[in-house]
Design a protein around this ligand. Structure first.
Ligand SMILES: CC(=O)N[C@H](C=O)[C@@H](O)[C@H](O)[C@H](O)COP(=O)(O)O
Length: 229
C-alpha cells in the first residue's frame, strides 16, 4: 500500500450529518468519482461510509470516526470504541488523533496504539497539529503522520493556507512518511507539498464539499463587486 500512495493524491470523502451531501451512498459515489480521477486512496469517516465505499471501489481506505465527547476536544477516532468500528470496517489505515490534548476517559495514545497493534495488521496514521506532536507520534511507532490538525488546535498556527512549514520540517526528519493534509485547495499547493517532501497529499473540501467550493467563488466575486461599486 505504501508504494501505491507514494507521490499521489488521496481524496477525503466526508460529509457530516449537517452537510448537504451527508449519506454513505453519496460518499460512495464521491469515491468512485475520485477513483476515476486518479486518486490513490480514499480517506473517509465512519464505519458505514467506509463499508459503502469498499463495496464500490478497490482503493485503500484511510479510516477515521469523528465523534464528540463531553470531556475532551479530541474528535477524530477519540477512543477504542471508534478504533474498533474502523477495525470492523476493515480499513487499511486506522487514523487517530495524536495531538497532546487529553482524550476522553484519559485514554493514552500508547494504549490506543497497543490496542490497534494487538487487534490487527492495519497501518496507523497519526493526525497531528505541531512538529512536537509529530515527533511524539514517531516515537510511538505511527506508520504515517498527517498534518491534518494544524490550525485546528488552539496552540497550532491559525492560517488560511496549508501549513507548508510543518510539512517541510516533519518530512526533513526522514523518519516516517508525512501526509500533507489540511486546506490544500489547488493542484499547485498539492505539488508544492510533494516538493517539500510530503509522501502523499490528502485533498478534501476542494474536491468533495461543493458548498465550500461555491463559497470560495462567491467570496471572490463579492470582493470584485465591492471594488467596482
Ligand atoms: C480538521 C478536520 O476535521 N479535518 C477532517 C479530517 O479528516 C476533514 O474534515 C478534512 O476535510 C480533511 O482533513 C481534509 O482537509 P481539507 O478539507 O482541508 O482538504
Amino acid at each position: 500500500m505504501m508504494q501505491q500512495i507514494k507521490g499521489r493524491i488521496i481524496v477525503s470523502c466526508q460529509a457530516l450529518s449537517d452537510e448537504p451531501l451527508h449519506g454513505s451512498d453519496i460518499m460512495a459515489k464521491m469515491a468512485i468519482a475520485a477513483e476515476q480521477g486518479g486518486a490513490a486512496a480514499i480517506r473517509a469517516n465512519s464505519k458505514e461510509d467506509i463499508i459503502a465505499i469498499k463495496n464500490v471501489i478497490q482503493l485503500p481506505m484511510i479510516g477515521i470516526v469523528k465523534r464528540d465527547y463531553p470531556d475532551s476536544d479530541v474528535f477524530i477516532t477519540p477512543t477504542l470504541k471508534e478504533v474498533q468500528e474502523l477495525l470492523d470496517a476493515k480499513t487499511e489505515v486506522v487514523t487517530i488523533d495524536a495531538t497532546s490534548r487529553q482524550r476522553p476517559g484519559n485514554l493514552s495514545l500508547e494504549e490506543m496504539v497497543d490496542y490497534i497493534r494487538q487487534q490487527s495488521k492495519a497501518y496507523i496514521m497519526a493526525d497531528i497539529s505541531t512538529f512536537e506532536e509529530g515527533i511524539m507520534a514517531i516515537e510511538l511507532g505511527a506508520d504515517f503522520i498527517s498534518t491534518t490538525l494544524s490550525g485546528y488546535t488552539p496552540y497550532s498556527p491559525q492560517m488560511k493556507e496549508p501549513d507548508f512549514e510543518l510539512i517541510k520540517q516533519l518530512s526533513k526528519l526522514g523518519k516516517v512518511p508525512v501526509i500533507a493534509e489540511g486546506r490544500i485547495s489547488t493542484p499547485a499547493q498539492a505539488k508544492k507539498a510533494l516538493e517539500l517532501g510530503a509522501f502523499s497529499v490528502v485533498v478534501g473540501s476542494a474536491i468533495t464539499r461543493p458548498q465550500l467550493i461555491t463559497k470560495r467563488f462567491v467570496e471572490e466575486v463579492t470582493l470584485l463587486n465591492r471594488n467596482i461599486t
